[in-house]
Design a protein around this ligand. Sequence first.
Ligand code: CR6
Length: 798
Amino acid sequence: MAKDEMPKSDFRDAILWHLTYTLGKDPDHAQVFDWRLALSHAVRDRIVDRWMASTRATYRADAKRVYYLSMEFLIGRLLQDNIVNLQLADQAQAAIESFGLDYRDLLLDEPDAALGNGGLGRLAACFMESLATLGCPAYGYGIRYEHGLFRQSFAEGRQMEAPEDWLAQPYVWQFERPEARFTLGFGGRVVTRDGKPVWEPENFVQSEAYDVPVIGWQGAWANTLRLWAGRAVDPFDLGRFNAGDFTAAAEAEALARTISRVLYPEDSTEAGKRLRLTQEYFFSAASIRDILRRFEADHADLRLLPQKVAIQLNDTHPAIAGPELLRILHDERGLPFDEALAITRACVNYTNHTLLPEALESWGEGLFGELLPRHLQIIDRIDAEDAKAHPDRRNAARGEGRVRMGELSFILSNRVNGVSALHTGLMKTTVFADQHRIWPDRIVNQTNGVTPRRWLHGCNPRLSRLITQTIGDGWVGDLEQLQALEPHAADAGWLEQFAAVKAANKADLSDWARREHGLTLNPQALFDVQIKRIHEYKRQHLNILEAIALWQEMRENPSADWTARVKIFGGKAAPGYFFAKDIIRLINDVAGVINADAATNEKLQVVYLPNYNVTLAERLIPAADLSEQISTAGKEASGTGNMKFALNGAPTIGTLDGANVEIRELVGPENFFLFGLTAEEAEARRAVPDHAARAVAGDPRLKRAIEAIRSGIFSPGEPDRYANIVENLTGADYFLVASDFADYWRAQREVDFAYADRDGWARMAALNVARSGWFSSDRTIRGYMQDIWNAKSLLGQE
Ligand code: CR6
């Protein structure tokens, strides 16, 4: 094969061609890494044609485009996803095996792109995939962090953080776009010229674009994820270099790059100051310029903007995009303020992802005004206009010395949405009650969803095969077809096959845990899994308390007929969130003691797998028997892990929180293990004096479990190690662990009982699969297209 004979049709030849001419590697000496890159190039080639066809179709139709602005896109690995969506899996596997290589090894060689913290970032990635699947012309805009979420390891049970470096290797999925650069200003002052305000920024950086194509199911459509990187306007100071100051010569570049250096490792807490706000403005402003450039290339009348552009703010992190658009329309394009405001409002929409007060962003007006002086004036003007129109309005964007990003996002949006029915309802009665009274049509609900391509078809090939054999393959693009499985859940023969899939997935996980971590998991046991960020409201400590209490009862009564369990944990804590880090250490300490107890360890194991990420989720979810969704009611906006478990046949033990409520409704209350206070009851309980102390005093099991922690049996020689946790559980206990413990215990014993009936359990698990089709992110995106964006699919027009 010669270089000018680039093979198009034969996939095997295409891989060899790329290995030789793109990577310059002799097949005789190529490593797994080289083959993986060659395969990725061959796959990428097949994406590019469709990508360009989609872009052309969008221009031709002059279609409305959706712009999804998000600080996080937790995309994980892309090779397998792309292969699955192009339906190349069989070809790719055959080709790779013909070279004598292991196909799975190759897929697993790709680093995880961890450009997100948790649910919000993963949701954005699922949405990008569904937008492409549905043929909705869309761009994702985010930041190309050089270091994604930190790598987690444990040292004596404690979380250690190391920088993640997904870009240490060539990243095949990105295309650098040096032509799409914008110069962005920060700081400085606002002067008046010809009676008009003019912003004179003091510092400048450039945004450089990297495009990642996102291909939909069956390759029918592809969109772009555009990630911005910070660059200096003058990257290199030759004068300083020649004067011998080599470090200073590159200082501007180092500073500019800092902006896109690290993902903020916070999750649901108020994030750090100046750099974070700089990041937010940087990517929002670059994106707004890009959106306007694309629009103005074909349209002269800015009043048409809302017909052609829908902007979605993924939480408040990109909220400054609103004032930035308004500023450009008014200050730079010369539209009257009220017209610029109306246009902005008609384009922008906002998704709220949390009601936790500490997670609602706000900035001190000092810092804000220093960095963005003109935007502060604009925000004041918007507040003033709203105050004129609605004199009884209470919550302005600026108040109490702060710029409040939730309020700002709300008042600049056409639609504001919550992410589950319960959460949207609470938005109306709590944080946005005042706004909702004034603009009663603005808040709408769009319950989250997950892409079935990655979260069932891709990650659970055995179950995918069984489903396709049973009902055909239409379900991958139309998940509600899973309903057709329902009659089979009554068929003993089919249920046996279904149970065999789960057993095989569990065996795979056990093999991997042995190889990778030296763990021996009992595959006969119930795999009870809680994987998510570590947070008090998610209550991993409730789960570990239950493990302690169970262990104590098992020791007391070793001959009873206990259902064997493996409790599996995974998740990272924000580096500065010390209580969460204590919880991690406690789980590891408890695991050490329980797993070493020969009297019980055939029946109970506790395992904390380090460095939870998308890839680990793809491994664990297909092997799970039970899904732990045990947040304090009213605190988890939606959850999306809960949907992935149900879809893969793991029933939920959970509270009436977030989308758990809708999962329970759909799968049926008899196939869901409910416990705990409702959101309303939780609010009321907090007002009861000494609620935690009373709960502990009234529940000998809970009391004994806490006592065990206090006594130091899990922290020999250091009984105070968990003094904070003990004090919290018996004192303030804002998240009501003590109050919910007894009912959680009861529900867990119901799980034990139900699991002992293996046929009954398989039926319950199968019904979870059959009834979870509604949780496809395709359904969610259709909802956004219709109720929020007024955007149309261009499928068939490419
Ligand atoms: N932490 C919510 O807490 C929700 C996702 C996506 C979260 C979670 O319940 O499923 O967003 N919120 O909507 C934020 O990140 C602010 C999350 O992931």
